[in-house]
Ligand binder design. Structure first.
Ligand code: SF4
Length: 365
């Protein structure tokens, strides 16, 4: 689905910085309408299951992680994980999204046994383990990324979420997540997964310290890989939520010496406004001419702005999120039911439909 009139980096930058917001909306809505002329807006019924919050990466933008000895540290018991999966199926869910921190107590066997047990008990798509988790498992097991993915796939892993990308610009990563894998490894995991026939999503977290050029760098990297593999089902841009994060507080853990959090620091945090969110969403729709689906993020923007997003390039409402913990740990928690999502889509004039992981429609509403 690549467009011959593909926009260049320079054009993307110009659009991002200079274009009128309503003009961006019109352009992205036209593309959305060309790709999805049936005026359907999809969503998936699923649940995020975070199997552990212990994480050695301690990213500065993340409020979810805990140290191993923290009283709030946990590894989810398997029976809890299974009952959450059971409940998801009872609520009409077709997917569980399993993600967690990089916990030194968990080894490759933990992951493969978990996947095998899940698949033997339930008929559900397991969308799990974003690239930082895959790399951590690979490094600790002395395996290549490809070998690790193959083992996890054979154990039952179906598809991979695009988390952990944040901004695919190492300049930014060095500040907001210095211990996390760099852009090259994130892209490598996705490329190898696609080559093994696994579908993945791509995400982008903006609104921290990045500049416009970093956003273009991110979109270009995703577009180039999609040209090569075609394995991304969707792109999900969402904005950094500063609540309870070290990046906003400038404390615990200490920031690297070249940065300083809070006000008066060397870098400047600029959390995205609603208009900036819409600009980036529209730009993503225009720039990523080879990715069919763009998700609106009601989890970070709320249902009302997610409705507006449907006229700024988005054609998918993401997940009903029976459970969500990572964004909620920043203090941002929108209470939204499946019916709320269906009504929100209907009120914008689109037809709501439940889909599966692969964007196949299961049911219209
Ligand atoms: S964003 Fe992920 S890798 Fe970073 S600290 Fe949080 S859980 Fe760990």
């Amino acid at each position: 689905m690549q467009n011959n009139n593909r926009i260049t980096k320079a054009e993307g930058l110009r659009l991002f910085k200079k274009a009128d917001i309503l003009e961006l909306g019109r352009m992205s809505d036209e593309i959305r309408n060309r790709l999805h002329p049936e005026c359907i807006v999809t969503f998936i019924v699923d649940r995020n299951i975070n199997y552990t919050n212990v994480c050695i990466n301690r990213c500065l933008f993340c409020a979810f992680w805990r140290d191993e000895n923290d009283p709030e540290a946990y590894i989810l018991r398997k029976d809890e994980l299974f009952s959450k999966t059971e409940e998801t199926i009872q609520l009409g869910g077709t997917q569980i999204l399993i993600q967690g921190g990089l916990n030194p107590k968990l080894n490759l066997d933990y992951y493969t046994n978990l996947l095998k047990e899940l698949k033997s008990r339930f008929d559900i798509n397991v969308h799990g383990f974003s690239p930082p988790e895959i790399c951590y498992i690979a490094d600790r097991s002395d395996l290549t990324i490809r070998e690790t993915l193959k083992i996890l796939k054979d154990a039952g892993l179906d598809s991979i979420p695009g988390g952990g990308a944040e901004i695919l610009s190492d300049r930014v990563k060095e500040v907001i997540s210095p211990r996390k894998i760099k852009s090259g490894r994130w892209l490598k995991v996705m490329e190898e997964a696609h080559k093994l026939g696994m579908k993945t999503t791509a995400t982008m977290m903006f609104g921290s310290i990045e500049e416009a050029g970093d956003i273009i760098e991110h979109l270009t990297a995703v577009r180039n890989l999609q040209d090569k593999t075609g394995g991304f089902t969707a792109f999900i841009p969402w904005s950094f939520q500063p609540g309870n994060t070290a990046l906003a507080k400038g404390s615990n853990p200490p920031l690297p010496p070249f940065t300083k959090g809070g006000s008066g620091g060397i870098y400047k945090l600029h959390p995205a406004t609603a208009v900036e969110y819409l600009r980036i969403l529209a730009l993503s729709r225009i720039y990523l001419d080879n990715i069919k689906n763009i998700q609106a993020s009601w989890v970070t923007q709320g249902l009302k702005l997610a409705q507006v997003a449907l006229r700024f390039g988005a054609n998918d409402f993401g997940s009903t999120m029976i459970e969500e913990n990572v964004v909620a740990s920043t203090g941002v928690r929108y209470k939204v039911s499946k019916e709320d999502i269906i009504n929100a889509i209907k009120h914008t004039g689109f037809k709501p439909a439940q889909r599966n992981t692969y964007y196949e429609i299961i049911r219209y509403f």
